[in-house]
Design a protein around this ligand. Structure first.
Ligand SMILES: Cc1ncc(COP(=O)(O)O)c(C=O)c1O
Length: 367
């Protein structure tokens, strides 16, 4: 086994799903795209469903097929683009699709005819994310054409918020208003899709008016804060810890350069540890990284290499080969969160866990 591993506490996933079910009182879609934000899509999906989630959300047909092959047979929604040649596969795997244009509706209708299955579509309205979706003023017309297409069921209508994780509710309120106007126009046209959904984690936590029939829960399910301005409520637990060990420990004399480019030079006689994790594992090649050794934060010295880093062990003289090194998680009282790492890397916690490399084994605990 490769010596760096991500440990995922499925008990934390279940706990977090239950908290959101209690908080919102509506259905929960477990968003497990991108390999469950790096946590492992299948085990996370199973844990979320066990805790009461009723849907899974994925981004690609391959992600949907991974769930189905593993026997995860809950209702599932493809949140992203499905290339025309893969529409039939999505339908055959009983996965609903986001839709926003008539070409896709036609492709779904003819694929439904070929497979003898119903194509379930969720009309995505672009109320301000400007990513995918039909413009609000065109939604009714598309919904009508969709309703008339054979073999196609308008199962849902939905939108996605761009700024639900900021303190100022104004932009999200404007998106919600635009979405409600669309719902009203559909209703007036006699079109009432059974599932209406809009909220991501941030809106699930902060905006009851946007809960509708279902919330699409990603980052909070993993026990990670939607943003510094939108923290989790008490009780959520981070699910992921990223751990490794010391592969070598040595004394170096003063004046020795460390790692490529010798950007660090020892000042005195220094105790240096080598750790088998690098940028190929998703440990970013930037200055200022820290890890936990012997329940203390210690600095990474010199450049991060593809598979290895060096750390300064002067503060932990007792450290020895095979001792645990924590990259994300806790060691005694000390901890490094995904948010700490994100801040250091100038990014968001989402990217930190999604980027943990494919060669890092995921160890699922408390399944
Ligand atoms: C369409 C859609 N819905 C829901 C989510 C979940 O968002 P979050 O992780 O902020 O809860 C995402 C994630 O990016 C998404 O793309």
């Amino acid at each position: 086994m490769y010596p760096s591993r991500a440990e995922i506490d499925l008990g934390a996933i279940r706990n977090n799903v239950r908290l959101v079910l209690d908080h919102t009182g509506v259905q929960v879609m477990a968003v497990v795209k991108a390999n469950g934000y790096g946590h492992g899509a299948v085990p996370v999906a199973r844990a979320a469903l066990e805790a009461g989630a009723t849907w899974c959300g994925i981004a690609t047909v391959d992600e949907a097929i991974e769930l189905r092959r593993a026997g995860v047979d809950c209702p599932a929604l493809l949140l992203g683009f499905v290339p025309p040649e893969r529409v039939e596969e999505a339908i055959a795997n009983h996965v609903a699709m986001a839709t926003w244009d008539i070409e896709h509706v036609r492709a779904a209708s003819s694929a439904a005819g070929r497979t003898g299955e119903t194509a379930r579509l969720h009309l995505l309205v672009d109320t301000g994310m400007s990513r995918l979706g039909v413009q609000p003023q065109e939604a009714l017309q598309l919904a009508r054409r969709l309703s008339d297409a054979p073999g196609v069921l308008l199962e849902g209508v939905w939108t996605h918020f761009a700024r639900a994780d900021v303190r100022d509710p104004t932009p999200t309120a404007a998106q919600e208003r635009s979405f409600r106007d669309v719902l009203q126009s559909l209703d007036a046209g006699g079109i009432r899709p059974p599932l209406v959904h809009a909220a991501n984690s941030a809106a699930s936590l902060t905006r009851p008016s946007a809960h509708f029939d279902l919330v699409r829960l990603g980052i909070a399910m993993y026990g990670l804060h939607p943003s510094p301005e939108c923290p989790l409520l008490p009780g959520f637990q981070p699910a992921l810890a990223w751990k490794t060990l010391l592969s070598q420990v040595k004394w170096l004399p003063p004046g020795r350069g460390v790692s490529y480019g010798h950007t660090y030079t020892t000042r005195t006689r220094e105790r240096i540890g080598t750790v088998p994790v690098g940028y190929n594992d998703g440990f970013r090649r930037v200055e200022g990284n820290q890890v936990l050794v012997g329940r203390r934060r210690v600095p990474v010295l010199g450049r991060v290499t593809m598979d290895q880093i060096m750390v300064q062990l002067d503060a932990v003289p007792e450290a020895k080969v095979l001792d645990e090194v924590v990259l994300i998680g806790a060691q005694g009282e000390a901890s490094i969160t995904a948010e700490d790492v994100a801040q250091r890397w100038g990014t968001i916690n989402y990217e930190v866990t999604c980027a943990i490399g494919t060669r890092v084994p995921r160890l699922h605990l408390n399944g």
